[in-house]
Ligand binder design. Sequence first.
Ligand SMILES: Nc1nc2c(c(=O)[nH]1)N[C@H]1C(S)=C(S)[C@@H](COP(=O)(O)OP(=O)(O)OC[C@H]3O[C@@H](n4cnc5c(=O)[nH]c(N)nc54)[C@H](O)[C@@H]3O)O[C@H]1N2
Ligand SMILES: Nc1nc2c(c(=O)[nH]1)N[C@H]1C(S)=C(S)[C@@H](COP(=O)(O)OP(=O)(O)OC[C@H]3O[C@@H](n4cnc5c(=O)[nH]c(N)nc54)[C@H](O)[C@@H]3O)O[C@H]1N2
Ligand code: SF4
Ligand SMILES: [Mo]
Length: 875
Amino acid sequence: MRVLHEAQKEPKASIQAEPSSETPDKRGGVTRRSFLGWSAVAGAGLGLVGCSTQKNPYSIHGQALVANGTGRTDVDKTVWSACTVNCGSRCPLRLQVKDGQVVRVLPDNTGTDELGNQQVRACPRGRSIRHRIYNPDRLKHPLKRKAGTKRGDDQWEEISWDQALTEIAQKMKEIKRDYGNEAFYINYGTGVLGSTMSCSWPPNTTPVARLLNLYGGYLDHYSDYSTTGITQAYPYFYGGWQNTNSLDDVMNSKLQVMFGNNPQETRMSGGGQTFVTQYVKQHANVKTIVIDPRYSETSIALGDEWVALRPGTDAALIAGMIYVMIKEGLHDQAFLDKYCVGFDENTLPEGAPKNSSYRAYLEGKGPDKTAKTPQWAARITGVPAKRIEQLAREIAGAKPCAISQGWGPQRHANGENAARAIFLLAAVTGNIGIPGGGTGGREGGSSLPVDPIFNTEYTNPSNKIISVFGWLDAIERGPELDTFNAGVGVKPEPGVRALKVPVDEDGNPTNTKLEVPIKAVFNYGSNSLVNQTGDNNRSVEILQNEENCELIVTCDIMKTVTARYSDYILPGTSTSEESDFHQGENATPMAYGIVSQQAIKPLYECKSIFDICTLLAEKLGLKDEFTGGKTREEWLEATIAAAREEDPDLPTYAQWKEMGIYRRKVDSEVPMADFREDPQANPLDTPSGKIEIYSKRLQDMGQKWHFGQIHEQRKGDKLTALPEYIETWEGPAEAQENPDYPLQVIGHHFKGRTHSSYGNVEWLKEAHVQTVWLNPIDAKTRGIKNDDLVFVYNPRGTIRLPAKVTTRISPGTVSVPQGAWYDPKPSTEVKPPKGANPNKPVDVNGSVNTLTSLHPTPLAKGMGVHTTLAQVVKA
Ligand SMILES: Nc1nc2c(c(=O)[nH]1)N[C@H]1C(S)=C(S)[C@@H](COP(=O)(O)OP(=O)(O)OC[C@H]3O[C@@H](n4cnc5c(=O)[nH]c(N)nc54)[C@H](O)[C@@H]3O)O[C@H]1N2
Ligand SMILES: Nc1nc2c(c(=O)[nH]1)N[C@H]1C(S)=C(S)[C@@H](COP(=O)(O)OP(=O)(O)OC[C@H]3O[C@@H](n4cnc5c(=O)[nH]c(N)nc54)[C@H](O)[C@@H]3O)O[C@H]1N2
Ligand code: SF4
Ligand SMILES: [Mo]
């Protein structure tokens, strides 16, 4: 059965041909004529203008569309640049410059439409980069919050660079004196993830970290907002992170099953996963089943079937399917016996109680005494029992089957278990470590052997580390936080993303405490102070108390929401104003890298983060150590030179500058093939060396973990040895019982923006309208029609935005694309609806984090923001 849905109901982009005029608009000299030229190119190439429902994908990426255009011929130069935001792709751009201004943006014109030599075509966001460079929100001068105002009042004094950096240095000295270096924090920020010298994340790769290392250190964080749940789930199942097979390897599969994985929207580069998946579809036509509460862009472009489940219920769906497989003998018992621990009673580790195997869980012999029949799973997931049976048979029968997950399923209240359950399905069907199969993780990507060297010289003297999601707690009540109540730890080995909970010599987890609260926050390339973290209104409350955090410094190119709540705002340069190296992303079987050249001079008083940190280092008496005697450009050259020492086939810096993008074909990835081949010789990094379906470590940690100390304990806050389904706070069960907030809100990653980046580009806003997706059944009972303005609210906050009434989302679920810019209006200006919290402002831009919670997930202490309940009413 193919579920055909009304993709065509998607609001059409309303960019219209208007009479051309040469009048430069106020955003920096773009002419109406060049705008039209651009939009035609982008529309044709990427389905921007109302053709997102295109069914034959290859016609989008067809040979005829390989770009070779020369663009404008009246320009002074055309230089290579790149789009460096965190979208999981990385696209070269060719910027055409005339009279010192970028006048046109062209995509890659090298490469072909062959796998391994892909042309890396930018998506509509990258192609609209001129509207970021010359955006009215661009920061022009250093700003200081006006004396007597509170954070967020948005009253600023323009100051000189010298004054800004003198005052920041002075405040840093005071904080160091009073609290020590662990009171300094570099906040999560991925806006410049794609650069090397200007990199904004992970913290230790940033110029800010180099400076703080020299100054005595800072409190670091582990994991990221993308993957907190799955990152912490991995070690207990596989011993560490394992990608699934690369997407080109799906050529070898009989079936592809994607759980909450939406590369057509989350990897939009025309040379990356969008291209690879569509190529595979075209050439191998592997049947694809997408399991997602939404009929996503990936369901449209690749899906043969869509299975709509309630958010947060993947582990139940999987239990129901495995129940059927076991009953009908369709599972791979030999794989489970040889490679896994704890599926059956006889492979449980020593010390595990009787009836604690996964089989016992399925058969209802475990503590809950409930058999995990398809009927049981149907009640939880909303997927009919018959469909669960069919799916089980189809997945077990397809040899091999490529099972993958995006990161939607794990960004939930007990997302760690959802992630492990999807790995489990890959294990039970014996698909791990073979071509055409997979680990149930997410696909990875190959990279070139070019590593940043600027930051390897000095290490952080502080060894303490907190979860990326725990910083607001560390601001409010730092010294109360420890390993067992908040996941505080000591730094893992380089290259390991997850926290390794320290253990004593008997293997028992030991406790690490924070000594001091966070007193200074540096946000570079980050809109995660407010907007991207969760519960905007509560975050503001914490930040507005200046007894908590004493110094907030933000360096951005835009006057963002985060900037609004800071003490000092420093205007940074955009990629077009810098030269840098950009590692390619997620294009296997191709690895590539881009060297960009400075296209234009820094606008206004903007400075690169290297220059800003150099000036701040000078104020702290550390300038020479910070620069290491090199300019930014010299460091960049040295980075490429160091890489060439390892791999002389790489181009020289000078050659690379000229060619812009350098690419090479690489092998497909089949992770864990060596383990499959010989598990004794290649054991996993788990205590048993095997795949741990039952994790004794989680069982033991569960006894020590304290819930309810830092945040109130909520339903589902527990660690379980098995990847079982856990009913959680604000999950589907609560939705069905709670008439006040009966709708589950997820906030998918959206083509109109990369998080909040590009969220202020008018063209993109017009083409990709911020709406709340609502099923017609839910709309009808509320008297809501497509395009009606509605309120979405819960006790944490209220947002106002238009409704998109569509069968592309399952009943009972709504989605508010994440990343819109929080714009709170007091009740005197916009009255909250009846039933909403009257003490909270109405966010008239529809930022989903006005609704989400700061409640951390149980194991990772991470982001569970796709778990949220709310009500929707007509405005
Ligand atoms: N509810 C909800 N919240 C979420 C998510 C979700 O799914 N749901 N997803 C989470 C995830 S996965 C992530 S990764 C985070 C992302 O959160 P962030 O990493 O904060 O990402 P952005 O919102 O894109 O903010 C990046 C900032 O970098 C700035 N920037 C861009 N280019 C430059 C530059 O060249 N120089 C300087 N100085 N600044 C620049 C941008 O203007 C922007 O303000 O959001 C998380 N938040
Ligand atoms: N255009 C664009 N691309 C991006 C980004 C962006 O902001 N915009 N952000 C980038 C970043 S940093 C990241 S981390 C990635 C994020 O990539 P993901 O985390 O994979 O993206 P999401 O949209 O959160 O989730 C993917 C899908 O999971 C579905 N989903 C939600 N809850 C569940 C569930 O419980 N079960 C199942 N089966 N499905 C569920 C959603 O509807 C969605 O279609 O995207 C990257 N790419
Ligand atoms: S947003 Fe991502 S896919 Fe789009 S141009 Fe930028 S790097 Fe490429
Ligand atoms: Mo992310």
